[in-house]
Design a protein around this ligand. Sequence first.
Ligand code: ATP
Length: 736
Amino acid sequence: MYAERLAQLWSVENGLCFGRIDRALPSGADGAPGGAGGVNGPPAGDAAAGDAGTSGADTSSGPAGAGEGGAVPAAEARLYIGRIGLSDDDQERLLVDWRAPVAQPFYRATAASPAGLALRRHIRTRNRRVIGLDDDLFDIDALAEADRSTLNGEAALLASLAEHRTGRMRDIVATIQAEQDRVIRSGLPGVLVVEGGPGTGKTVVALHRAAYLLYTHRDKLSRGGVLIVGPSSTFLRYIGQVLPSLGETDVLLSTVGELFPGVTAEADEPDEVAALKGDARMAGVLARAVQDRQEPLGAPLELRVDRTTLRLDRRTVDSARTKARRSRRPHNQARRVFTRAILAALTKQAAKHYGADLLSEADVADLRAEIHAEPAVRSAINRLWPYLTPQRLLRELYADPARLASAAPELTGRERDLLRREPDAPWTPADVPLLDEAAELLGEIEESALRGALRAQEEESEEVRYAREVLAILGMEGVVDAAALAERHREDAAHLTLAERAAGDRSWTFGHVIVDEAQEVSAMAWRALMRRCPARSMTVVGDLAQAGTAAGPRTWAEALDPHAAGRWRLERLTVNYRTPSAIMDVAADALAAVGPGLEPPRSVRQGDEAPWSLRVDDLAAALPGVVAAEAAALGQGRLALIVPAALAERLAPLGVTGPEGLDAPVAVLTVAQAKGLEFDGVVIAEPAAVLAESPRGPGDLYVALTRATRRLGVVHTTDLPPFLSRLTPRRETGRA
Ligand SMILES: Nc1ncnc2c1ncn2[C@@H]1O[C@H](COP(=O)(O)OP(=O)(O)OP(=O)(O)O)[C@@H](O)[C@H]1O
């Protein structure tokens, strides 16, 4: 407990206290809300903010001195806002957690509607020193109406946006804007869809919402925790520090491809195949594939048991199968019903042979056990109703055209060909929702069956193979005592964090699920995600205009109505905090090409660098010079070179690829990898090729154009797509 508390305190140390609010006193009350110093006075209380968390010094100079004689209770007239709440030894409040309801005016107050505040102060600290203050005085008549109603804490916000990027998303706890605050504090139940253009803070807001929900509904969420699903491991690394910096650790970050414990799904495949695997029709295909494995009997079987020959005919098998299916249990569990029905029929036959009326109940039970132990009987049952793992089901389905044809009559021949693959081909991310669906249809296998199978391993039966597969999945091959393994596994579980336990358990359900870049999530993946959250308490963030894969939904209703009809609501974010308007003007043309009538978000900053284009003869020869010049122009900032997938390998040496690219001065990324990220500068190589590769048209270029916070350039050998005509052509050669 102490270790956890210490870890929390260390992680919130930086910028622990970042704000102060002084409530407006009713007219006629004595004194300014800031006490002796008033709003313009010296930051008496804030000197202590520099030492926040180490002493109770700010109680004496802060709240106690404020607002005496006013209607607002003295202790509440001035509040310090911080990453977490802190009290001194006498339970005097020193710092209010940003998520507490009393902190809300800090985020909601605007000049037009000051939420009862006289002053809001942003306090900037470095380590434990105060390095800057920005005050918002809420009697500003001078501001234009539009500015009054949207921006708050303008100076602090602009200072924060102007900082160069570090390759990691930072929290925005000090400068959350009013429209974002409404999303963060929106109620827990139901699915909240947050839609907005690039840079409007959807991701960062979703993360703050997770922190807010964990704080406000800890009782409900502490058991299941929160799952955050993002598009790539690079993206998850990019956002990974935000929640710990807000003191929250009970959160699992995962891509869809990582959701099936024991399966690493990293192989690539054409978008067309991924989209087909993500199609909702695949749910029916898999259900039929499972049914097809519950096989009817061809010719009757003669089974030699003891000194009798028993006959298993098609009718008996059909009736056992119907009984098992009617049990409505998943396949592996319904096998018990099937086995019981087969054994009952065979036992009856044998009993008749011995003279049924001569047998006691115990004799019949013995007979039944004897029949069950007979290898010929076991092997018949294994063939007619085999134990199946999701992996085996899917592998054998993909590899066998006859199985595919039977399970997928609604797919065209070409579509079925697209699904064909070798049995040992590696898994792709689009396979994971299918494995998850299969796991649901197949159900767990009972531990006793697994143990029995291991004991009988000399038979090399289906059970043994199943058990081996399970052990392999658990990484425990070579160890054969399943009971001991299960025991050890249980003990280990006690020492795992909630996120680790959740990551290893496919059937884990979360208190809240956040889905980022949700426009990329396929119908089959939505099904898998919904299983993780039966309560349907979710935050879904995305921008349909940025969709890159054909697998994603065309509307939010298409994605959500099948699972949460009437239980989802939409919020929009409209202000772009990332991309300056000079760059956004170019991106807006790309957006218009995505679809008419789409509104780009409004940029907060103008930016002083005009985005440029450079035509060269030889891309590979020109790019090193361009990249070096851009990186130099950015100083300490980070540059991304965004390239068509076809050129990714060739251009990789110009920077660092993969998640490590986040920590390098120059990252080389495809659009899919750059999704959700941001950089101080971006150079796009060969935009026409990016466009040609995109299954959803100009959306990918729109994403690429909106990654930069300061500088944007485009290098090309072929003609630019017409919607990039606003770029300023450079006349220099490759040595820019
Ligand atoms: N209120 C704020 N104060 C300071 N910075 C902010 C604020 N809101 C957003 N930002 C910054 O704006 C940038 C964009 O935010 P974010 O990545 O969450 O946007 P997004 O809407 O998810 O973008 P995309 O659709 O491109 O993925 C981030 O650097 C974020 O920290």
